[in-house]
Design a protein. Sequence first.
Lengths: 160, 145
Amino acid sequence: MRVNYFERDAGGQTSDGATESSSFLVIEFLPIPWAIPSNYVRKILEASAWSGSAVDLDALIASAHDSCATASVIALESVSGIVAVVTRRNLRLESFARQSVTAIPELVFGSNYRTSNTKHLILPDNGQPLLVLDVCAFAEHENPQHPGSPTLSTTGDLAL
Amino acid sequence: MPAVQAISEQLLMITIQSEKLLVVARSVREVLGEKTWIPIPGTRPEMPGVVGWGRRAVALLDLARVFSNLSPLQPGTARARTLLLQVDESSLALPADTVSSVMDVAVTDIRPRALVEFPLCRSEVYLNGDVLPLFDPTLLLKEGR
């Protein structure tokens, strides 16, 4: 599935409806941070407040060692249902210009393209690049048949 | 009117560590300096990441990963030159240690691959006593499909 990260994003719209920027939840992995389109982020809470299962994002992605002290659970909602991920990395919300989001050429993945957890990259004018988590592909791997999808009792705002 | 047969081909020689190979000059869109690259997880082995070029991400091709005797590029390292190749609809960034100026090579010195072991070539070039592979990026694109 090819994802339009902007179709559900109400932020930063111009008067003619075109989206100029989009907001992402940035997870400070090293050497390259990952970014989750915030329209997929249903809720962020401390790990102690989460009773369901959660995918350890640090174990999947981390290649360096520094981390923040408190584990956060991020509930992601996509067409595959809700998938919770847990991370000890620092989090921040950041907006990037729409034009700075670019596709990673399919060529680099070869036959792994469909299952890759990232298919886009943010190349800001200034600052370091970020990898965009393909939430739909990720959720499909981690929650293929929606078994025991956790439900959220509230839809709270991003609590950063 | 009979078709005009080319008598020479314009080639560039590049080096990657101890290996030399040739690239068809018309496939080279630009020769840039050292470019930092962005590692991407889950890629095919010879394309470990991308290079940012303007607003685009261009596939990075590390040919050291095709030769068994060379050290691959590691995250945070780069080579002095980066060739931007246009291959069909795709662009490739090819880091190299050196890039020669364009050479005219007689087509009679370009022969079907027989001696060189480099897998991404169909032809080899007899040049100044050496037999060098003529890199054919279309083989790589074909492999990736």
